[in-house]
Design a protein around this ligand. Structure first.
Ligand code: ATP
Length: 585
């Protein structure tokens, strides 16, 4: 396929705000692609060369990309940079300048998808001395044979700005439209949830249809989307919802890790699919040495512990293990223990389709516990009183609450979904009626008075996975300490946007917009109907959204969550309904 044709499709996708239309455009593109091309097209549409869980080093700095544009078009660097400041998007600059240049160029070779992929891989793998110069030249090479639209997308891909608006759910819709029917959509989604590889699902569908998709299974090395819990406001309601009997586990306050144990290696993934193996080398080693089987995928929570007393330490301690540098000393200074709570695959068998108690006993059977790893504490309870006792024990042990888990025959592991098979209940629910929220920063307001010169407040949004849109839910100006305020501009800088991002709906207009990327934990007094905020707009009352009153930052940056893993607008609506009658903002 020619890259010019693909770029036109990207442009059409980007130009529409209707998800239905976007799906139709993508379905048309998918139908005319070969299976192998389709795989790469899907990755490229997400701005990547590989599935999300594979680390990528493509990220070129804007300045380097602008130099490549200057090199190809002959426009002086200063002028290219000035244009970039005006538009805030190197892709647009490249498009405009390449368009001017094209009128004069006679010879150029058509740019095929294959050539683009191999050029991008060369850029990615250039390292060592003068690698920056070589990256620049490789990009210039591609730009030389590009038309304006191709230049736009090449520059966006290499700078990590490829946002054509096609969220994973839209790609899955488009695959269903291109190769099967709506009825098959849940099975297509399941294949994605158990592999986290959209390209693989696309290629499999294009080559073998739904039968082949059904054959996609859980595999060591392909992270599985994590199962999540609903919340209820009392232990009695939790036990009742579970039918009077359920398992309860301690809810540990740490970092969730999915371990893939193969014959030769152990890999650890975070819930946002980052490779955490080098952050927890001690846990990986314990898992390897204490494992009694061939292969397995298990989940657990890594918690900082005091090795002399065995007591669990506050969450802040384990966050030192998320550093990029100085990991050796963090490993020594902050020992951790992994509390294992689920087993999704063992020795060739997909256990996600098996009931909870069976998965749990498989988990207990394949490990010898040690200092570094152990089973989460679990008890089956048959009444609210037993549940309340267990909850108190969990708090005494230093946990933040309990996770109730269904023990029914149908208590499978629902990859990628939040449901009532798991229900969380935390100590915070005692004191306030709502849980904490994890919200994406989408804007900032400049501070005044003491906060002049730094951001004084942030515009925060929840996520609606059905529409792929971030909807605002509060303006957050409380809970920041001086050090955090000072670091905020740096934390947010890479995500600055010259205009409201396409994926954000907002009635408020902040001084600075940000692409959703940074997730902060926020608590609030209550959720109220709001004429200003767009979260769950119209779902409770026509013309009203939902807003969080008196929001306060807890001090926790949720580095373990991607923006799409922010609290969903549906959860906010549920929490609003749970809290009973409330005020209007
Ligand atoms: P929270 O901020 O409450 O952790 P969340 O949105 O991150 O919420 P939830 O599904 O709401 O995720 O809560 C489940 C999380 O609790 C899991 O992702 C996991 O990290 C953690 N956890 C701690 N102990 C357990 C356990 N025994 N079983 C399952 N999850 C546990």
């Amino acid at each position: 396929m020619l890259f010019s044709e693909l770029s036109e499709y990207f442009d059409r996708t980007e130009s529409t705000s209707s998800r239905l239309e976007m799906t139709t455009v993508l379905a048309e593109l998918f139908r005319k692609s070969t299976p192998e091309d389709l795989r790469h097209i899907i990755y490229l549409s997400q701005g990547k060369l590989r599935p999300d869980f594979c680390p990528e080093e493509l990220g070129m700095a804007d300045r380097l990309v602008l130099r490549a544009v200057s090199f190809t078009t002959g426009v002086p660097e200063e002028e290219v940079e000035r244009l970039a400041v005006d538009t805030g998007d190197p892709g647009r600059v490249a498009e405009v300048l390449v368009a001017k240049k094209k009128q004069m160029t006679l010879f150029s070779e058509p740019l095929t998808l294959d050539r683009v992929l191999s050029g991008l891989r060369t850029i990615e793998s250039s390292d060592g001395r003068e690698s920056q110069e070589r990256k620049m030249k490789h990009l210039a090479n591609l730009l030389h044979d590009s038309g304006p639209l191709e230049a736009r997308y090449l520059c966006r891909i290499v700078t990590g700005r490829m946002r054509v608006g096609a969220a994973a759910m839209t790609i899955l819709d488009a695959l269903a439209e291109a190769f099967s029917t709506k009825e098959d959509r849940p099975e297509i989604e399941r294949a994605y949830n158990i592999t986290c590889d959209l390209g693989l699902v696309g290629m499999t569908m294009a080559s073998g249809g739904m039968d082949a998709v059904r054959g996609i299974g859980v595999k060591v090395g392909n992270p599985i989307k994590v199962m999540l819990a609903e919340r209820l406001p009392s232990i009695a309601e939790v036990v009742a919802k579970m039918g009077g009997r359920c398992a309860m586990e301690y809810k540990y306050d740490g970092i969730r890790v999915q371990a893939h144990i193969g014959p030769d290696s152990v890999k650890l993934y975070s819930r946002r699919l980052e490779d955490l193996t080098s952050n927890f080398p001690d846990v990986a080693e314990s898992l390897r040495s204490r494992f009694k089987g061939e292969e397995a995928i298990i989940e657990g929570e890594c918690v900082a512990v005091d090795t002399s007393t065995g007591r669990m330490q506050p969450f802040q301690n384990v966050t030192h293990r998320r550093r990029k540098h100085g990991m050796d000393s963090a490993v020594k200074e902050y020992p951790v223990r992994m509390f294992m709570f689920d087993c999704l695959f063992a020795d060739g068998e997909d256990l996600t389709v098996r009931p909870y108690l069976e998965r749990r006993s498989r988990l207990a059977g394949v490990f010898d516990v040690s200092d570094g790893i152990g089973m989460s504490v679990m008890r089956v309870v048959g009444s609210p009183e037993e549940g309340a006792d267990f909850f108190r024990e969990a708090l005494d042990a230093g946990c933040e609450g309990i996770m109730a888990k269904s023990v029914d025959e149908g208590s499978v592991y629902r990859a990628g979904s939040r449901g009532f098979l798991w229900i969380k209940y935390k100590k915070d629910y005692h004191s306030s009626m709502t849980d904490s929220f994890d919200l994406a920063v989408v804007g900032a307001f400049y501070g005044m008075g003491k906060r002049a010169g730094v951001y004084g407040a942030l515009l925060m949004a929840a996520y609606d996975p059905d529409s792929g849109v971030f909807e605002t839910v509060c303006k957050l100006g409380t809970g920041f300490d001086d050090a955090f305020l000072k670091n905020l501009p740096e934390l947010l800088e890479d995500h600055r946007s010259t205009e409201r991002p396409r994926s954000v709906t907002s009635k408020m207009v902040p001084d600075v917009w940000f692409e959703p990327a940074v997730v902060l934990e926020v608590v609030g007094a209550e959720i109220s109907l709001s004429p200003i905020h767009t979260a769950a707009m119209g779902s409770v009352k026509e013309g009203s959204g939902l807003g969080i009153r008196f929001p306060r930052f807890t001090g926790r940056v949720r580095e373990d969550k991607s923006p799409e893993q922010s609290t969903s607008t549906r959860e906010i609506e549920e929490m609003y309904l749970l809290q009973g009658p409330s005020s209007e903002e």
